[in-house]
Design a protein. Structure first.
Length: 215
């Protein structure tokens, strides 16, 4: 369940942009929020490596990767979002499809980004999305997830209010779960979690093992 504000935020762009701007203040603003994935993985990747922005929406979180010179593909289930991405970020390759079953070949990407999107999926589908990330990464490739985490004391109430007004039960479920442990169970290695924004946000990096080490 969610409040009436969530559909309004998606229907009227100014509401969505205002909510994003306010909620991103604790990490340094919208531009920093959208660059968190690049910031974590750029030192580990070759120039112009192939990167997938999963659940890319209209491409805002893909933009820093494009500006840094990476070859970026964005996958989303919404044709409207992809149409907006085509206008704003024409250099991004666009793929329409489900994150739980992407129409993309195995071992295609050196890196995959999930930027504030994974909490939209129920637990079972979330596991499917992460399994697909493992499939799509090249051996030794990297996943970066930026998403919600239970906030510390001073942001706990604002986070609860935000989730009540703008999120669904899937976000609450994610706040209850141990995402790094789930990634390890699925077969990712080198899992590292950083807590940001008064612990309200987590940035997790994880690697697909080299072929010789895969479970």
């Amino acid at each position: 369940m969610t409040s009436f504000l969530r559909p309004l935020a998606y229907r009227y762009r100014w509401i969505y942009d205002t909510v994003t701007a306010v909620s991103s203040l604790s990490v340094g603003g919208v531009e920093r929020l959208r660059a968190l994935g690049l910031e974590a993985l750029q030192p580990r990747l070759e120039p112009r490596a192939e990167v997938l922005d999963l659940c890319c929406g209209s491409g805002e979180a893909a933009a820093p990767w494009l500006e840094a010179g990476f070859k970026v593909a964005g996958l989303d289930v919404s044709p409207l979002a992809l149409s907006l991405a085509a206008q704003r970020h024409p250099a991004m390759e666009r793929v329409e499809g489900l994150a739980e079953d992407p129409p993309l070949p195995d071992a295609s990407f050196a890196a995959i980004q999930l930027s504030v999107a994974l909490h939209e999926f129920p637990r079972e589908e979330r596991a499917q999305v992460l399994q697909q990330c493992l499939r799509l990464l090249k051996p030794g490739g990297w996943l970066v997830v930026v998403d919600l985490h239970p906030a510390g004391a001073w942001l706990r109430l604002p986070q609860q209010l935000f989730c009540a007004l703008f999120e669904t039960d899937t976000a609450t479920a994610m706040l209850e779960d141990d995402l790094p442990a789930q990634l390890e169970q699925l077969g990712f290695t080198a899992v590292n979690q950083e807590l940001l924004a008064g612990q309200a946000l987590q940035r997790i990096t994880a690697s697909r093992p080299p072929s010789s080490e895969q479970p």
